[in-house]
Design a protein around this ligand. Sequence first.
Ligand SMILES: Nc1ccn([C@@H]2O[C@H](COP(=O)(O)O)[C@@H](O)[C@H]2O)c(=O)n1
Ligand SMILES: [Mg+2]
Length: 316
Amino acid sequence: MIYHIPWINMPVRAVLGIWHQLSKKEIPELAKCSVLMRERSKVEETIYSMQQAGAGSLQVISDFDMTLTRFAYNGKRMPTTHNILDNRLLINEACAKRMRELMNTYYPIEIDTNRSAEEKLPLMVEWWTKVHKLLIQQKIRKDMLGMAVKESNAMLRDGYKQFFDRLSENQVPLLIFSAGVGDVLEEVIRQNHVFHPNVHVISNYMDFDHTGVLRSFQGQLIHTFNKREGALSQAAGLRQLKGRSNVLLLGDSLGDLTMADGVSEPKNILTIGFLNDQVEERKESYINSFDIVLVNDETLDVPNSILRYITSSRNK
Ligand SMILES: Nc1ccn([C@@H]2O[C@H](COP(=O)(O)O)[C@@H](O)[C@H]2O)c(=O)n1
Ligand SMILES: [Mg+2]
């Protein structure tokens, strides 16, 4: 049954205990068994509210690695933007080996549920700093990045074309906020033909000298647990996002939840978390933190179905 009483505003409807319950037909993907929600009614109310406000009030903020890209394919781990650089065109075997050792040391810390974000923070700085130093020593050439992306296994999640194209067609800004390598990230979306004008990227960008050789990384380092700082200093200033008070946020790490902290006067923020790894250990914290949790879901079906519903509004 659908309770739709448009002249009573949302807080009043919430107090009265009547909310817009989405029918199974409206967003059938929310009934998939890989979809977990702490408070289904709140999710439905938020989506309904966003649909009423229309595409003109919406912005999408998304993490990149393992959120817009696949975590696994045919049982094999897919590369992050840092891992795409593990290509002999760019770095030698010794550097690749060291980067893998660092990954084996620090990745388990990144996803450890027994450590707080505060505890992880200095260790993440250590990881990123060590890896960026190694990459700079390799004198990576800018003109080789495209080939490294082509030769990599990196894949955007199934349904990516629909996701990027729908946002572009509805002029909804998409902010990709990544602690990965911006130059590689851009190349991935360019090679998949979805780097539309509504896409904005905040990430770790390489700085090349006049001969096209990597000499440093630009600006403040972004890692998994300092996205809030980037949200306040960079995202908040983006003209294209101004006045868009409804946010759909996608991430795969609890650190991604701070990506919308720079949005001024948000009305509705709906968060979707991809739970890719260490599922049983992390399930509870993800359910307590994200509005919607997608377990081992390599597709963008759920975000796409929500976007289809929101952009079907009459008042775009
Ligand atoms: N040397 C590194 C450092 C980090 N990673 C992974 O990249 C992810 C960050 O990118 P997002 O787009 O997800 O912000 C992060 O989750 C790390 O696991 C890496 O692979 N190598
Ligand atoms: Mg990620």
